[in-house]
Design a protein around this ligand. Structure first.
Ligand code: LLP
Length: 421
């Protein structure tokens, strides 16, 4: 995490005072440390380069996307995952080379398939048998595809964000024959070219065990069924540190363990070592981003709780309400001992509109103070809504002391732009 207090007791990011930023940018606002985003991307590159394997790193747009984010992805030589017409549109608007784009999704519409074909995306990640027919029908030339497998493996993480288990809307089941059927159909097609297989076993995974076990199962299955692919994509899900109870996925050691294991498994299965793909979203942007809020009302219910309300809420911070996610808050404008446990709440009309249930903060906290909520770079802006007609906050990339606006604050006018009169 890239924030720390300076000698004047002000919280800083990359050396820049967040108090000054909050005052000049307004709140709520998302601020990302651009160097930290780039650093995370480079760590994945370095770790894979050391393995000596062919590899590709694909950033999962869903974690946070906008034109400037896609530009960073291209500058740092990553590929890009998209799952909808909107994510693809954003990627193309940023001018990324479409061959770097992978098109995911369990229910790609005909329109989306045609749009992705017209723009010649790098490959489709096939998630249903029906999709094979649709691509066959609309493609005018050869198209690379990767089959998303459902390996039936559960990663130890929150049940709402598990995606690899057997009863799932994602992927084609190995056990129930759907994956093999998809591959046979692709082989029969004269337009679809089977480039590889893919799996994604969950989110916020701290260790390497589940991924290695799944890779083993998949490589053995490929080998036993004489299926030749040049790419295995291991998906995303690498953990980040939200609070002191979490550990960030150790990219260098983790990728080494995974790639070493894959070399070994391939050898044992007598299967040529494939190119390895990963699709991190959260671990690229999660810790690099914070949310700045201004404190408003403070409500103390004697003997019960103290509510510190901020000028945003579940409209840009839904993960606490949705997953019971935990965060840390720091007072921005002065450094004092966190001697009290309070509830940081939003301003929306719902009791569940909580930012942090048990936040440790100084008891001197008062109206007009600024708070930074840490590790809000992933699945915050991208999951924001206009509930209560709240305006989506702006997003800034901070670099060399300058905050570059990458998404403007939504205006009141934009809230009614699609309303008919
Ligand atoms: N690849 C696939 C196929 C995925 O489904 C996902 C996330 C990723 C990559 C990136 O996963 P990451 O590295 O960011 O964990 N809204 C939830 C997360 C949903 C993730 C869905 N898929 C949250 O806020 O935790």
């Amino acid at each position: 995490m890239s924030v720390q207090y300076n000698d004047f007791g002000e919280l800083t990011m990359g050396g820049t005072s967040l108090k000054t930023l909050a005052q000049s940018l307004g709140t709520p606002a998302f601020v990302y440390d651009e160097d930290e985003i780039r650093h995370q991307m480079r760590r994945y590159h370095e770790a894979f380069k050391k393995s000596g394997l062919n590899y590709n790193i694909s950033y999962a747009s869903k974690a946070f996307t906008c034109i400037q984010m896609v530009k960073l992805v291209e500058e740092e030589e990553l590929q890009l995952d998209v799952v909808s017409e909107g994510e693809l549109y954003t990627a193309l608007a940023a001018g990324i080379d479409p061959s770097r784009i992978h098109f995911h999704g369990n229910n790609k519409t005909k329109k989306e398939i045609q749009y992705a074909l017209e723009n010649k995306v790098g490959y489709f990640v096939i998630d249903t048998l029906e999709e094979i027919d649709l691509i066959n029908k609309y493609a005018s030339e050869s198209v690379d595809v990767v089959v998303r497998l459902n390996p039936g493996v559960e990663a130890h993480t929150h049940e709402f964000i598990q995606t690899g288990q057997e009863d799932s809307k994602f992927g084609l089941s190995i056990k129930h024959g759907l994956a093999k059927e998809a591959i046979d159909q692709i082989h029969e097609s004269d337009k679809l070219n089977l480039k590889g297989v893919h799996f994604h076993i969950g989110s916020q995974i701290e260790g390497t065990e589940a991924m290695i076990e799944t890779a083993k199962l998949v490589i053995r299955w490929l080998s036993d069924n004489d299926i030749n692919v040049s790419l295995i994509n291991l998906g995303g899900g690498f953990s980040i540190k939200y609070t002191e109870n979490d550990t960030s996925f150790p990219i260098e050691e983790g990728i080494k363990k995974i790639t070493d294991a894959i070399k070994q498994i391939s050898k044992e299965a007598d299967y040529p070592v494939p190119e390895i793909g990963v699709e991190p979203g959260r671990s690229i942007v999660g810790e690099a981003g914070i949310t700045l809020y201004e404190v408003g009302t403070i409500k103390e219910i004697p003997g019960v709780n103290k509510y510190v309300a901020v000028d945003g809420g579940m409209s840009e911070h839904i993960r606490t309400a949705l997953y019971g996610a935990e965060y840390e808050a720091l007072l921005v404008n002065r450094q004092e001992e966190a001697d009290e446990t309070v509830t940081v709440a939003g301003k929306l009309c719902e009791s569940g509109d909580i930012i942090i249930k048990n936040a440790k903060l100084p008891s001197s906290i008062k109206r007009g103070d600024y708070l930074a909520i840490l590790s809000t770079g992933a699945y915050h802006y991208s999951m924001a809504s206009n509930y209560n007609q709240m305006q989506k906050p702006p997003v800034y990339f901070l670099k060399d002391g300058k905050a570059r606006e990458v998404i403007k604050r939504q205006s009141l006018r934009q809230l009614i732009i699609n309303d008919t009169k």
